[in-house]
Design a protein around this ligand. Structure first.
Ligand code: GCO
Length: 264
């Protein structure tokens, strides 16, 4: 079988929230598969510039654009600028996201709304803008970064679970509406990964750290590089007949109810 099935040579890939963490790891995977990487962040131009240096140090062709994915006006202007300066966006990875860990009864409505805004509304805003070009060109790939919380609840992450559960269904609806334009829309559901977002619950001895290692059949936290294969697959012609699917990269958590502490 031709290896070009997974090649992204000549493709432009926009990954939101790709100045660090899982977004950067997935973007590096796409870059190493041949794509030109369009980096996005909203914190500071300095952070974007620093990230671009990191990509280039790994011989990845990358350019950076700072815009707030929750602001429709900024997104419209940014997508127009990108398509003018870089070219068509062939691959969109909606990765930017936040989490607020607060029990629902204590959570401020404004905090709940902020999580929904970033994690659910922004993939809609960005996709709605990018898909126009994909429809005009007759094809494209959209990948929404979901979560274990697209399927399961957990104490203190109710807003995040509501957003990621909604993102799973938004992914299916995008697939329903856009597949006829040869646009494949799918999701990736990372399990528990070693990132800055999970650092507070991953420290040695933290009860949650022990819980996740025991609850994951693979017996470890995910390494951000573990996501590269799934994102390359869903960005390449290898997935041209895959639509509305969430690929869980979770070490097996969703496959099992877990085991008693006295079982190995
Ligand atoms: C948490 C974690 C999770 C992971 C990931 C799991 O607090 O439970 O942050 O939400 O980040 O989303 O898929």
């Amino acid at each position: 079988m031709s290896t070009s099935l997974f090649s992204l040579k000549g493709k432009n890939a926009l990954i939101t929230g790709s100045t660090h963490g899982l977004g950067m790891s997935m973007a590096k995977g796409l870059g190493k598969a041949g794509a030109k990487v369009i980096v996005n962040g909203n914190s500071s131009q300095e952070k974007i510039d620093k990230a671009i240096i990191e990509y280039k140090n790994e011989s990845i062709d990358a350019v950076g654009y700072r815009f707030n994915v929750t602001d429709e006006t900024e997104v419209m202007a940014a997508i127009s600028k990108i398509e003018e300066e870089v070219g068509p966006i062939d691959i969109l990875v909606n990765n930017a996201g936040i989490i607020k860990r607060t029990p629902l009864v204590e959570m401020a409505v404004s905090d709940f709304k902020e999580v929904i805004d970033v994690d659910l509304v922004s993939p809609f805003i960005v996709s709605k803008e990018v898909v126009k070009g994909m429809i005009a060109r007759g094809g494209g790939k959209i990948i929404n970064i979901c979560s274990m919380m697209s399927e399961l609840g957990r104490n203190s992450v109710g807003a995040y679970a509501a957003a990621k559960g909604g993102l799973k269904m938004l992914t299916r609806n995008m697939a329903t509406e856009w597949a006829k334009y040869n646009i494949q829309t799918n999701g990736i559901g990372p399990g528990y990964f070693a990132t800055s977002q999970t650092a507070p619950i991953r420290v040695d001895g933290h009860p949650f750290n022990e819980f996740i290692v025991s609850r994951t059949p693979a017996g470890r936290w995910g390494d951000p590089d573990d996501l590269r294969g799934a994102v390359i697959f869903l960005s390449s012609q290898a997935s041209d007949f895959v639509n509305g699917q969430i690929v869980y990269v979770d070490g097996g958590i969703l496959a099992t109810i877990g085991k008693p502490s006295n079982e190995s």
